[in-house]
Design a protein around this ligand. Sequence first.
Ligand code: ATP
Length: 312
Amino acid sequence: RSSIVCGALNPAVDKRLHVPKLSIGSVQRATMQESTPGGKGLNVSRAAASLGAQVTATGFLGRDNGEWIQTSLYESRIEQDWLYVQGLTRMCLNLIDDSSGISTEILESGPVVKEEEAQEFFGRWEALSTPDEWMTLSGSLPKGLDDSYYAELIAISRSKGANIVLDTSGAALIQGIEAGPHTIKPNEEEFRQWTGADPRNRAAVQQLMSELVLKGVKVLIVSLGKEGCIAATAEGELWRAVPPAINAVNAVGSGDCFVAGWTVANARGFTVAQSLRLATAAGAANAMSSSTGMISMADTAKLSVLTQVERW
Ligand code: ATP
């Protein structure tokens, strides 16, 4: 079985509460409630485990409610190696008004990671970084960590011969790139914010890739929602993958499932084309169901047959 390591530096408890009609300033009872471990890193972990990989999740977990997250992840067959920090793992609350279907989200920021904890985690990460291992880093950094934190983790992994898939935005992405992650996967909006260019412009993508190669980046992927994705490789190839038209119910977390598919495929030694196919199908499988970051191998396999992968 292929193994991967998923960095979930800022995990969350996703709590979903349904009320018949949301009204501010009144006491209401939930008609349906559900809590799941969340945050981008844990979405990737869960999706990768669903695709059959042996997954180890790691990051900072608030001591006060950490046990609940651990138990829940073990039920999803995810190995864990957390650094416990003081306080509560953040909660992301999603209030759903059943009369309109409108959802209102309130996101906590989570515990502040202290300097000693940030330093201690480097040792954990180094121990998990083994030659040819595939590792993901997803989402925003918790409070207390410098924007260069992902770059430092990437440097550690590279020195051990492990490969990093980096999915973040803003300063953490820009600094992370300097350390040479194997793959970066901005979505269209993140790509535009970062480069100011249109990801459908081949010349712009090629020019950018020629600069990324100098830093050690092997693959640039820009995910384009229902249009699929484009990819540029260090060998100068351009690829495009397009999922079949589906009935999209909830595409939140599709990027995380995409990253899971890409990383698992690479860990299994798949080619770029095969890996793009699995990643694109995993993203589409997520969009088909109402839950966030939960996919089945059967749906992904069906969609992967219908996904078009071609040189661009
Ligand atoms: P998120 O941040 O919510 O995790 P994202 O913005 O990073 O997502 P997207 O580009 O929206 O990622 O989607 C990732 C992949 O999921 C796409 O490349 C595509 O394969 C699939 N996907 C997303 N939305 C749809 C859709 N409506 N129909 C089919 N496939 C989709």
